[in-house]
Design a binder for this molecule. Structure first.
Ligand code: FAD
Length: 475
């Protein structure tokens, strides 16, 4: 039949990828429809990801910092935590951002259709409405005809099949609901999401065990960074079990019993009040009827794209978590702009050479580009400039002289190709190293840039000066 709505651009999914793509498309003059099944825009990141986790991590950070202040002569009482108000605060942060997005969509005349969208052919999506508000009844179906489409349907949490359903067993979304603070908590998965949640819950009073299949926490980051993080975080954990897996979970009224297997597995079952499963995310590629549009989806549910974010169907693009790793908001937003620009006829393409990664834990760990581990594995000749914060006035004044900053450069070209920082605000500072890599800087460029004193960011200039001497013979 005939379409209910017609548009030049249909964006499927309103996470950071989707709303950025819709906004850029509208700014470039396309009549744009944004389809989202949930009541609020913002996707995983704003509703159950980046933002609520950071609202809670900020609170944890202030509590932890205050607890160390007795050492400097300022003692606070133990914090009184009102978990209902804390939860309300987190929700307020989310609401502020999601309402902001609704306003921005209106201002750009992006037509938001609330419902679940499935392709029915290469130019039509059928949306099953999930709420009225002048657009129709819940359950009613609307067909949208589009000239171009950007798929931004994101990813979902991965569950472990042998784990029973029980309110004490949660994924990251459940953990962010902050229903209560357990006495003993198990975090399955030693990646960023698991460790961020471990930070929040341990500061609120939980004792934490972490179990990780691989041989280290925060896979992807260089081990010297993680080592410093571990030393600063030992007090949070009863056990960190590496090269170990969870093999059995039994729910009893007095607790959740967990059996482990592997190198660091305890001999007996352990009892927990809460278990967080944080073992990764899986793309939503198989849930959108992509085959009806002729879009190829891999076995694992990813949609493959070229450098212009085009799928195998040339007027359909895909961006964000659904196109692959790293599943990070800033990667999705960058891809969103490329896709919208290409759809509008511009000669844009994905040309970022690096994507920074950050664990917003205490302290933060941030890294970008080539790691030392990777360089060694590939036999690539690199130089490393490392600046320990023990020599930074600001770090000593701030009580974080355990941190460090390092720069990695290519021995042949002398260009900066990677870097890492561990310490407070590492995530904010990694941007400078990212820019240095994108602009092809050598250490001299950074070393001769005047950094404000005294700052933690100055450590990047210092790390560059460490090996400035080796670069005097630059072409
Ligand atoms: P999503 O955010 O997954 O959005 C997809 C949207 O599409 C959803 O709103 C979904 O409802 C909608 N949708 C899907 N299918 C349909 C359909 N058929 N019809 C209608 N709507 C549909 N990343 C960072 O960069 N920094 C962080 O600090 C960070 N912290 C995180 C913390 C947690 C706890 C989690 C879980 C993730 C975190 N991430 C972080 C990852 C980040 O959230 C994702 O990379 C990002 O949200 C991906 O954006 P996206 O637009 O691809 O998809």
């Amino acid at each position: 039949g005939a379409a209910d709505i017609e548009c030049e651009m249909l964006v499927l999914g309103a996470g950071p990828g989707g709303y950025s793509a819709a906004f850029r498309s509208a700014d470039l003059g396309m009549k744009t429809v944004l389809v989202e099944r949930y009541a609020t825009l913002g996707g995983v990141c704003l509703n159950v990801g980046c933002i609520p986790s950071k609202a809670l991590l900020h609170v944890a950070n202030v509590i932890d910092e205050a607890s160390h202040f007795a050492d400097v002569g300022v003692a606070f009482d133990a914090p009184k935590i009102d978990i209902d108000r804390l939860r309300a605060h987190k929700q307020k942060v989310i609401n502020k951002l999601t309402t902001g997005l609704t306003g921005m969509a209106k201002a750009r005349k992006v037509d938001v259709v609330r419902g679940y969208g499935m392709f029915i052919d290469p130019n039509h999506v059928e949306v099953e409405l999930t709420a009225g508000e002048g657009q129709g009844r819940t359950g009613e179906k609307k067909v949208i005809k589009f000239q171009k489409c950007i798929i931004a349907a994101g990813s979902s949490v991965v569950n472990l099949p042998f784990i029973p359903e029980d309110p004490r067993i949660v994924d990251s979304t459940g953990a962010l609901e902050l229903r209560s603070v357990p006495k003993r908590m198990l975090v399955i998965g030693g990646g960023i999401i698991g460790l961020e949640m471990a930070t929040v819950y341990s500061t609120l009073g939980a004792r934490i065990d972490v179990v990780e299949m691989g041989d280290g926490l925060m896979p992807g980051a260089d081990r010297d960074l993680v080592k410093v993080w571990e030393k600063q975080n030992l007090h949070r954990f009863d056990k960190i079990m590496l090269k170990t897996r969870t093999v059995g979970v039994t729910c009893r009224p007095d607790g959740v019993l967990v059996k482990f297997d592997g190198e660091q597995a305890p001999d007996v079952e352990q009892k927990y009040d809460m278990v967080l499963v944080a073992v990764g995310r899986s793309p939503n590629g198989k849930k959108i009827g992509a085959e009806k549009a002729g879009v190829i989806v891999t076995d694992r549910g990813f949609i493959q794209v070229d450098k212009q974010q085009r799928t195998n169907v040339s007027h359909i693009f895909a961006i964000g978590d659904i196109v692959g790793q790293p599943m990070l908001a800033h990667k999705g937003v960058h891809e969103a702009h490329v896709a919208a620009e290409v759809a509008a006829g511009q000669k844009s393409y994905f040309d970022a050479s690096v994507i920074p990664g950050v664990a917003y834990t205490e302290p933060e760990v941030a890294w970008v580009g080539v790691t030392e581990t990777e360089a060694k594995a590939k036999g690539r000749k690199i130089g490393v400039g490392k600046f320990p914060w023990a020599a930074s006035g600001r770090a000593i004044a701030n009580g974080c002289d355990y941190g460090f900053t390092k720069l990695i450069f290519d021995e042949e070209t002398h260009r900066i190709i990677g870097g890492g920082i561990v310490g407070p605000n590492a995530g904010d500072m990694i941007g400078e190293i990212t820019l240095a890599i994108e602009m092809g800087c050598d250490p001299v460029d950074i070393g001769k840039t005047i950094h404000p004193h005294p700052t933690l960011g100055e450590s990047i200039g210092m790390a560059a000066e460490v090996f400035e001497g080796s670069c005097t013979d630059l072409p």
